[in-house]
Every structure is written in C-alpha cells, then in structure tokens.
Design a protein around this ligand. Structure first.
Ligand SMILES: Cc1cc2nc3c(=O)[nH]c(=O)nc-3n(C[C@H](O)[C@H](O)[C@H](O)COP(=O)(O)OP(=O)(O)OC[C@H]3O[C@@H](n4cnc5c(N)ncnc54)[C@H](O)[C@@H]3O)c2cc1C
Length: 361
C-alpha cells in the first residue's frame, strides 16, 4: 500500500481567464496521443510541455513489433492493438501532412532447427495475422547470419517520433492550445471539483511526463525506469527489412538504427561505453560485415514495476490523472490507451485492468 502526502494547497483564487476541460502536462508520444484523442472528441485542452531533447520519445528507435522476446510470443494485447495501430498513425500523418510511419516487415532469423519447426506449427495457431511468411533458407543478405532462414513478420515497422512530435507541436500551436515550459506544481490549486493553474481553470489535469521524479502527486508510484542506448550505423545493407535477433537493425534511409540496451542503475542520458560495447557484441552475432557508427544516443524509458502503464486518476484527488509508464512500448501502446483513457474520463467505461493505476493503491 502506498501512501501519498501531496502538497494540496488551499485555493489562492486568481481571476480565471481561460476555461478548458483538460490540462495535459507533457507532449511526448503519450501526451500527444492523449491530446489528439481529446481534440477529436471536441474537448477543450491546454498542453504544457517542457521542451528538451532529453525525453524518452526523442531518443527512441520508434519500433513497433507484435511478436517479441526470446520466446517470440505475441506481445501484450497484440490482437487488440496491432491490427489497427498503423491506421491510427496514418490518420495522424494525414492530419499533420507529414510522413513518420514506416511499415516494414521484421525478419527474425532462426537460432535453431527446432525454432523453425515450432514456427511452421505456430503460424496456424493464432499468429497468422502477424506472420507474412516463413523463410526456410537464408534471404541472402551479405554479412547477415541466417543460415536456417527465419520468420518474416508483418504489422511491424517504425515511427519517426521526432518528426511526429515536432509536427504535432506545430498543430497544437496553430490551434492555440500549447504552452512551452515546466509545469509548476506549486501553482496548482484545487477548487471544489476543478483545478486551477495560474489563470486557467480545468476539469482535470493529466500528467504525461514520462520519467520525472518531481511530481509530488504521483512520485510514489512504483516506476522502474530503464536506461537504453541505440546507435546509428552505416553498413551497406539493403533496406527492405528490419532484422531482429539479439539486436534490431532498423533501416532508416542510408543508415540503420541498432538497439537497444537495458540498464536500471545508471540512469543518465549520456551513452555509456559499456552500453555501446554491449550493442556491438550483440550486433556481431547477427551482422559480420564492416560498419561505421555515425551517432550514439541514450535515453530513459518510463517503465514500471510490472511493465504495465499507469493510467487513471489520483487515489484522493479525482481532478488529477496520470497517463504514463509506457516503458519500452510507447509507440504501440499510446494510441490504444489514449482512446481507452478518454472513454473512461468521458463515458465512465473501464480502464484496461492491468493498466489501471488503481492496481497499486
Ligand atoms: C533508447 C530508447 C529506445 C527506445 N526504443 C523504443 C522503440 O523502439 N519503440 C517504442 O515503442 N518505444 C521505445 N522506447 C520507449 C519510448 O521512448 C517510451 O515508451 C515513450 O517515449 C514514452 O513517452 P512519454 O510521452 O511517456 O515520455 P517522454 O517522451 O519522456 O515525454 C514526456 C514529456 O513531458 C515533458 N515533461 C515532463 N515533466 C514535465 C513538467 N513537469 N512540465 C512540463 N513538461 C514536462 C517532457 O519534457 C517531455 O516532453 C525507447 C526508449 C529509449 C530510451
């Protein structure tokens, strides 16, 4: 049981100059999808975002992949999320008139003959939506270690998050619903069943802050942030597939993004030598050709103790909400959960149980 002692302050009553339904704090991929969903439903919002390069979304590789892990099983909620995921991003591309969705099959070379045999059965057992084909021989890419063939996945690819975020920020600015700057928790007041932030009154304030230990209202939630590195390399490989075994190699037009590492201890945005060596070592088991590293970066993922997001309202203050904790899967989870959360806020439907923040109270 977690106890919360937030600094709930008495109303200091200022003149209200603007009324909105929701204040959204943070415009990473989580805040962006939540804002989009609310605008689509005719809600008045105001997004307050601290602009910095050190955010999870700006460091991410952007991959979405329905089949993950060493055991290669369907990821959490894959059937609910992945069949419509690309159409959500396409809708946003159309609105923002920018390209950021790249639909690319993932080629996963087999480790063993046993794995290949397992897949020939698995294809017919609920995986057909996500499997394009089984390759029983190498695809013949020079320097790729895939003597046993591999599985070719569909409903996969990557999102260029930097392009999306910057285009969405412009869109919010044009609508007059974006403010740059750090949200000042001390300026938040609770006025009957609303919140006041400076001269703005809102039904609710929703925090989409990614990794942030400073929020006094949600700081005790059991987040478990994970640092990660990625590198961009020039390696001369064709760009038809994302190749994934041990590491992923995502073709991004003249270079490949390689990732990623996982470290719970050293939570810094600086790439670490051990992280880079770890990536190189894992890459060398998949790709044995020469390459040049053109860029290294590190970020911190807003992960949680049970690897599920924190979505919902504050235990005591029902005018505060959280939409965070998307961990390693911000790209795939946020469109689905933005709709799920707005349904809850507006229609009083249920938040997906495993993602509901109430599970930790
Ligand atoms: C190296 C690496 C690789 C990754 N690769 C992938 C991948 O391939 N696929 C994938 O799906 N996910 C990946 N992720 C994870 C993904 O980045 C996250 O799931 C996602 O970006 C989280 O988004 P967010 O909006 O919650 O947080 P953020 O992107 O961190 O956004 C939070 C925003 O809130 C702002 N903010 C915070 N506090 C305040 C405040 N008090 N006031 C105002 N603004 C505030 C921040 O400045 C920021 O703009 C990766 C992460 C890392 C680090």
């Amino acid at each position: 049981m977690i106890s919360f002692e937030p600094p709930f302050e008495q109303c200091k009553s200022k003149v209200v100059k603007r009324k909105v339904d929701y204040i959204i704090v943070g415009q990473g991929i989580a805040g962006s999808w939540l804002a989009y969903e609310m605008i689509n439903r005719g809600k008045e919002i105001l997004v307050i975002n601290r602009e910095t390069e050190d955010t999870s979304s700006k460091k991410a590789a952007g991959l979405y992949n329905p089949i993950t892990g060493k055991k290669m099983i369907k990821t959490w909620l894959a059937d609910d999320i992945f069949l419509s995921l690309e159409s959500h991003y396409q809708e946003l591309e159309k609105l923002l008139k920018k390209k950021f969705l790249y639909q690319i099959p993932i080629y996963r070379p087999f480790n063993t003959v046993g794995e290949r045999n397992e897949w020939s059965v698995k294809i017919d057992e609920g995986y057909s939506n996500f499997v394009q084909e089984l390759k029983s021989k190498s695809i013949g890419y020079q320097h790729i270690q895939d003597e046993l063939g591999g599985i070719m996945l569909k409903k996969s690819g990557y999102v260029d998050l930097k392009t999306l975020l910057s285009a969405f920020r412009e869109y919010l600015i044009d609508k007059g619903v974006y403010t740059s700057g750090m949200f000042d928790y001390k300026a938040l007041e609770f006025v009957s069943d609303k919140v006041r932030y400076k001269e703005i009154e809102a039904e609710k304030a929703i925090f989409c802050e990614g990794v942030n230990q400073d929020n006094p209202f949600f700081k005790d939630l059991p987040f478990k942030p994970v640092r990660g590195e990625v590198i961009d390399i020039e390696c001369g490989l064709p760009e038809d597939y994302i190749i994934n075994r041990g590491v992923f190699m995502i073709p991004k037009g003249g270079y490949h993004t390689i990732g990623s590492t996982y470290d719970h201890k050293n939570l810094t945005f600086e790439p670490q030598p051990e992280g880079i060596s770890n990536l190189k070592r894992r890459l060398s088991k998949l790709f044995v050709g020469p390459y040049r590293i053109k860029n290294k970066r590190a970020g911190i993922r807003p992960a949680t103790f049970d690897r599920k997001p924190f979505i919902g309202l504050h235990q005591e203050k029902k005018t505060l909400g959280i939409f965070n904790g998307f961990g390693t899967k911000g790209v795939s989870l946020t469109p689905f959960f933005a709709a799920n959360f707005v349904d809850f806020l507006e229609k009083k439907t249920k938040i997906e149980t495993e993602a509901d923040v109430q599970r930790v109270y």
